[in-house]
Design a protein around this ligand. Structure first.
Ligand code: PEP
Length: 245
């Protein structure tokens, strides 16, 4: 299992380090792989708190370019240099707020892998796409368009996050999660054999109260957690749910 917390654009340095400290202190022995994704400007301070702990940290986005004239952007190598070991790419909020296309996301995935970062690649359909019956074809297209054509090696975890379930309190049904994860697993086996066994996370309003039934599903390898990752007790509750046999 892999449990990842996406802190999005929240908090101060003091709040971020306090949250990281609470997670370090509260993380149970034998916890699943745990990662946090603080805002870029908090990475250095959070990295200091996480030093020596099993929790690793990553960035929430990176540039597809290696370096140069890209004002405001952050390269994958810069993330690695500051102690990040992973990066979230293609989050629906990036696709919506910044109009990121699959082709741009593919460049970012390649940049992240090139810098030695583990990539969490987000895919997921909108409500209109689900209601029109296109959810699986949309996610398949995102996988096809966002993963490197020739896999360069490294680690990519897929996060299935239905857009309409992110930050809304609405959770996909277990049947919908199971069938989407099954499709993603089959697609990876056929098209990206290097990733055939990778974790496939679910994301979208995961909380301590609903995590266990989601984690019990075949092919759910953990969660990408937004809102509930900002409260240490909630995030630790989700981690505890992932440890249930
Ligand atoms: C997310 O941002 O990836 C997410 C799943 O958010 P939330 O848990 O708040 O729905």
């Amino acid at each position: 299992m892999f449990i990842a917390g996406n802190w999005k654009m929240n908090g101060t340095v003091a709040e971020a380090t306090a949250l990281a400290r609470a997670l370090v202190d509260g993380l149970p022995a034998n916890a699943p792989t745990t990662a946090v994704f603080p805002p870029a400007v908090h990475l250095a301070a959070v990295g200091e708190v996480l030093k020596g702990s099993p929790i690793f940290m990553g960035g929430q986005d990176c540039s597809g370019a290696e370096k140069g004239a890209h004002t405001g952007d952050i390269s994958a190598a810069m993330l690695a240099d500051i102690g990040a070991r992973g990066v979230i790419i293609g989050h629906s909020e990036r696709r919506t707020d910044h109009g990121e296309t699959d082709a741009e996301i593919q460049q970012k995935v390649e940049a992240g892998l090139g810098a030695g970062l583990g990539v969490v690649l987000c895919v997921g359909e909108t409500l209109a796409e689900r209601e029109s019956g296109a959810a699986q074809s949309v996610v398949r297209e995102q996988l096809e368009g966002s993963l490197p054509k020739v896999f360069p090696g490294g680690s990519v975890v897929i996060a299935y996050e239905p857009v309409w379930a992110i930050g809304t309190g609405k959770v996909a049904t277990v049947e919908d999660i199971a069938s989407m994860h099954g499709m993603i697993r089959a697609w990876l086996g056929e098209n990206q054999p290097e990733l055939a066994q990778t974790f496939i996370l679910y994301g979208g309003s995961v909380k301590p109260s609903n995590a266990a039934e989601i984690f019990a599903l075949d092919e759910v390898g953990g969660a990408l957690v937004g809102g509930a990752s900002l409260k240490s007790d909630d995030f630790l509750g989700i981690i505890a749910a992932a440890m249930k046999p």
